[in-house]
Ligand binder design. Structure first.
Ligand SMILES: [Zn+2]
Ligand SMILES: [Zn+2]
Length: 142
């Protein structure tokens, strides 16, 4: 496990599983309450408690279970392999140098690109930034 290829791009955000989920949710323009309303009945808690629970997951205070990941993936788009890699890094089972390339703004990845019309985004050279975020249509500040 010593043959590590250092990435040829600069990582500016240290994504954790929770931060990844949070950015993907925000990119999908969903509030925590929207997600809480859409995920199933596991755990069997009222919706306002589910919001607090999702908040704790996004803050990496509680680990996200496979069942929850499955539910979240039905509400907004997730790259499950990216999430698994981030979880392995968080557990110290994977070198942080092997962090998958993730857009620092929208958290897209090569398996899960932003699609505008029929065009998928690409990487901005050498950066953890995708072309969709580099030239936002709205021009709104992040
Ligand atoms: Zn992006
Ligand atoms: Zn993108």
């Amino acid at each position: 496990m010593t043959n590590i290829d250092r990435p040829s791009w600069t990582r500016t955000v240290d994504f954790t599983p929770g931060l990844y989920l949070k950015v993907r949710r925000r990119t999908t323009r969903l509030e925590l309450a929207d997600v809480a309303a859409q995920i199933g009945t596991i755990p069997h808690v009222p919706e306002h408690d589910r919001v607090a629970w999702l908040e704790r997951i996004e803050a990496d205070l509680v680990p996200v279970s496979p069942i929850t990941i499955d539910q979240l993936a039905r509400v907004f788009r997730l790259d499950l392999q990216v999430l698994a890699a981030l979880a392995a890094i968080a557990r110290g089972e994977r070198d942080a140098a092997l962090t998958p390339r993730i857009c620092r703004i929208c958290a897209c990845s090569w398996r899960l690109p932003c699609v505008r019309g029929h065009e998928a985004c690409a990487w901005v050279n050498g950066q953890d930034l995708c072309t969709a975020c580099d030239h936002p249509l709205s021009g709104a500040a992040a």
